[in-house]
Design a protein. Structure first.
Length: 58
């Protein structure tokens, strides 16, 4: 069985990556939906990393 997660953001703070990393090992895929006005390039690069099983949606 595969487990998927969703995180919905709006102007996330600088500790977001720490929190995401705390539960990323417990799921198979994470969808990050960012409702911020400005695209978060740091988060997008984090998701594009080949080792990370996540998809950034802005």
């Amino acid at each position: 069985m595969k487990i998927f997660g969703t995180t919905i953001l709006y102007n996330p703070d600088m500790f977001l990556l720490e929190r995401i990393n705390s539960y990323l090992n417990y799921i198979d895929m994470l969808f990050i939906i960012d409702n911020s006005e400005i695209k978060n390039s740091l988060l997008e690069n984090f998701c594009n990393d080949s080792k990370i099983r996540s998809k950034y949606i802005w």
